[in-house]
Structure formats: C-alpha cells, structure tokens
Design a protein around this ligand. Structure first.
Ligand code: NAD
Length: 434
C-alpha cells in the first residue's frame, strides 16, 4: 500500500512540471485536485444477519479528454488520498496512450478475503446503487484493481443495467468473457509491458535473443511479462513472489532460464508459487531479494511500489540496461534522481510500461458500445499499435527536449490534457504552456 502522503507526492511532481513547463496558475490549480469526489457509506447485510457499514469513494480527477476511467480497489488500508493520487495518475496514463478518456479511481475500505461470495456480491451491488448516477459509459467507467475481480465487475454491470433498465455493458470494463469482457484483457498489461521492452531493446540495438530478464512478482502482470519475454526470444532467469503462509518472499530461479508456463501451472490465484513443486522440477528457491541481484540485461519490478531504492541500485548487476516499471510506482524518488543522471540505464516509466491494461479496457468499451466483438488477434494488434506509438512519442520527446524519459512522458500527457481544457474553454486559450 502507498504511504498516506502519496497524494502530496503526486501533487509535488505536478508542481515540478508546472515550473518546468511554465504553466499558467489557473491550469495548475485545475489539475492539482480532482474535479469531483463521491464519498458514500455502504450498508451491507452480512451472512449472519447483521449489517456492516463500509466506506467507499469514487474520485474523478479530470475528464477533459473523455469519460473518466480507472479501477476500483477493495483494500483494508484504502485511503481517500491514495485514491486521489491514483485518479490523477490515470489522467496522465490515458492521455499518454492517447485514449479519449480522463482519469478516475474508486475504492472501498474492506478486506475482500474476509467476505463470503454473497457478501462480496451485495457490497458490489450496494456500491453501484450509491454511485450509478455518477458513472456510465459516457461519464466514468470503473474496472477491476487491487482486491476486485472480473466477477465483481459482472455484478456491478448487472446492478447498473437493472437500475437503468437498458443494456449498458460498457459501464465497467474488465468483465468476464461472455458478458462483454474482451479477449486479451487478462494478458494485456504484461503483453504491453514487453512491447515497450522490445522497443527499448531495438532502440538500444540489443538483440532480444541475447537478453536475460529478472522479474519481481508472479501475479497477473508478471506472469504475462515472463511469457511474452520468452516469446521474444529472451530468457527469464528468475521471478519472485510473496508467500502468504509464512509471510516471506522468495525468488524462483533456474540456471538455463525458467519456463513461465510451467511456473504458472504451480502458482495460485494470488501469485504464490509452490516451492516444493518448483524444487522437485529442477528449480532453485532463493531469498526474496535475489531477483534484483541477477546478472541480467532487463529488470522488471512487477509487484509492489517502492522497491527500487537508492540502496538497491547499488546492488544491481552492471549488465542491467533496462528497468521496465510494470508495477505502479516501483522506483522511489531517491532512486529516480540517481537513474535520471545515469544514462546507461533506460527506465521505461510506469504509466507507459503498464498502460496495456487500460488500453485493452478502452477497446473493451469500444466493443461494448458497438455490440460487436473482435478476435484476440485483432485486440492484440490494436494494443500493440497503441503501445508502440506511445513509446516512440516518449523517446522522440526525450531526445528533442533532452529530458529524462519519465519527464518526456509527463510533458506529452500534460500537454494533451491542457490542450483539451483549452479547446473546451475551461481555461483561456492563450494560457501559458511552453
Ligand atoms: P497481483 O496481485 O496479481 O500479483 C502481485 C504479485 O506480487 C504476486 O505474485 C505477489 O506474490 C507478488 N508480491 C507481492 N509482494 C511481494 C514482495 N514483497 N516480494 C515479491 N513479490 C511480491 O497484482 P498484479 O495485477 O500483477 O499487479 C502488479 C502491479 O502492477 C501493481 O503495482 C499494480 O498496480 C500494477 N498494475 C496492474 C495492472 C493489471 O492490469 N493487473 C495494470 C496496471 C498496473
């Protein structure tokens, strides 16, 4: 979970870009806070007959470019500031991918693991009954996130349809297949991340067949990062995971490279690998930090935030040429300041690297609105084209403006959002932007 000051940190980041881009104060003020916030209390009947009241939020940061978009998290330590911060990051992520969408995020303070299936369903339906007037396929489109699943999106869609009396599957994305979900959604974030790695290798003139990767995590994102990296011809030397039973992290390695599909077959729904089965199939089980120390060309943090620190940077192999931020916020500001000066490591910033998920969600919405569905190949081709365009634009901007890749990504996203605000007349059309 992010620190409570996460929102202050993303505001500070915006303030820095406001200075760099000489942003007008009216534009700066409009972007510094979410445009709308919904805070609700959710009374849910529990299986034992009692009623528990949960706290929920939906926060729309900016919808200048289109309907707001972002996940709903169910987490016991959820906070309104975390949701505010994440809603702002969604604005930049959608704009960078050039999706006609704004940024939003939602949350409920709850540990979903403590609820029965029936309780979860009633909570999802209750959330929609409170939020339905503020969301919609042309207004704000939620999706799954930490602690929420495709099935929960199915219940939410159903409740919304019942309230509206019309079939609107595009009100939420990340739904199961068969009720409006898109082929390719499950794989999309990892698939997209490896497209950016492939493009970065091309840019650095490195042959993927001679490259090795080491990955933190083996959940939804990391599994498809590993599978797609191997498809490009590279080797994955190790993946790490968090074991819920003994509350320790481990790295699973193999000298000649892991087989990600095999490891997937011995991994549970929470991304925990069965150490015994790994050991009996020729794998080694090392400690949790070992993934960082491997002699590899590509490091992919794909689990939690704040793992690439000033200290960890001292330990990584000199062979590392790319850090692909598949997780949200894996690099601390201190480490980022070091990487910014180290031109030898190509950092693919998180809101570019992991945009494949929201891009596929956007295509899910498009298919829902057309009521016509594409095959997986067509979905993947569209994700690939969008990711490659975004990647190239970031590299071009970084080269032209002589800035760090993360700064280039922010500059592109901010300019697009500001242009939409000007064209819509929210701010003066002559308001300054370098
Ligand atoms: P997940 O819950 O499916 O998997 C998380 C993985 O991280 C698990 O394998 C878990 O064991 C591992 N992990 C947790 N703590 C760890 C630790 N201390 N050491 C080693 N491993 C640890 O989550 P996910 O959906 O794969 O998301 C991973 C990251 O990607 C998150 O930052 C998320 O916000 C981001 N992200 C996800 C998506 C998506 O579509 N799922 C999209 C964009 C960004």
């Amino acid at each position: 979970m992010e620190e409570p000051n996460f929102f202050a940190a993303v505001q500070h980041q915006l303030d820095e870009f406001a200075k760099m881009l000489k942003l007008d104060s009216e534009i700066h003020a409009l972007l510094r806070h979410p445009m709308r916030e919904l805070h609700v209390l959710l009374p849910v009947r529990m299986d034992d007959g009692s009623t528990r009241v949960f706290q929920g939020f939906r926060i729309q940061h900016n919808d200048a470019r289109g309907p707001a978009k972002g996940g709903i998290r169910f987490h016991p330590h959820e906070s309104v500031d975390t949701i505010r911060a994440l809603s702002m990051l969604m604005t930049w992520k959608c704009a960078l991918a050039d999706l006609p969408l704004g940024g939003a995020k939602g949350g409920v303070i709850v540990d979903p693991a403590t609820l029965s299936e029936g309780e979860k369903e009633r909570l999802c339906r209750c959330w929609i009954r409170e939020a339905w007037k503020n969301i919609g396929h042309l207004v704000d489109i939620p999706a799954p996130d930490v602690g929420t699943t495709p099935q929960m999106m199915g219940w939410m869609m159903d409740e919304y349809i019942k309230l509206r009396g019309e079939f609107y599957p595009g009100v939420v994305t990340g739904k199961p297949l068969g009720i409006g979900g898109s082929l390719g959604r499950k794989e999309a974030t990892g698939f997209g991340a490896i497209i950016t790695v492939r493009e970065a290798l091309k840019h650095l003139r490195l042959d993927p067949k001679e490259c090795r990767a080491s990955i933190m995590g083996f959940g939804n994102v990391a599994q498809y990062v590993a599978i797609n990296f191997v498809k490009t011809g590279g080797k994955v030397m190790g993946v790490s995971y968090w074991n819920r039973n003994d509350r320790k992290s481990y790295t699973i390695t193999k000298r000649d490279g892991i087989d990600p599909c095999f490891l997937q077959s011995i991994t549970d729904q929470y991304g925990s690998i069965d150490n015994k089965k790994a050991l009996s199939n020729g794998y080694q089980v090392e400690d949790g930090d070992a993934w960082l120390l491997k002699e590899v060309e590509v490091l992919v943090p794909a689990a939690v935030e704040g793992v690439i620190t000033g200290e960890t940077l001292k330990k990584i192999s000199p062979k590392v040429r790319i850090i692909a931020e598949a997780a949200n916020g894996p690099t601390t500001p201190e480490a980022d300041a070091i990487l910014r000066k180290n031109s030898n490591i190509f950092v693919i910033p998180d809101f570019l690297c992991n945009a494949g998920g929201v891009i596929c969600s956007y295509f899910e919405g498009v298919q829902n609105n057309m009521n016509y569905y594409w095959d997986e190949e067509e979905v993947n081709q569209k994700i690939e084209k969008t990711m490659v365009n975004a990647f190239r634009r970031v590299v071009e901007t970084a080269t032209e403006e002589k800035v760090y890749l993360r700064d280039a990504a922010y500059i592109i996203a901010l300019k697009r959002v500001i242009t939409a605000m000007k064209l819509r007349g929210w701010v003066r059309s002559d308001a300054a932007l370098r």
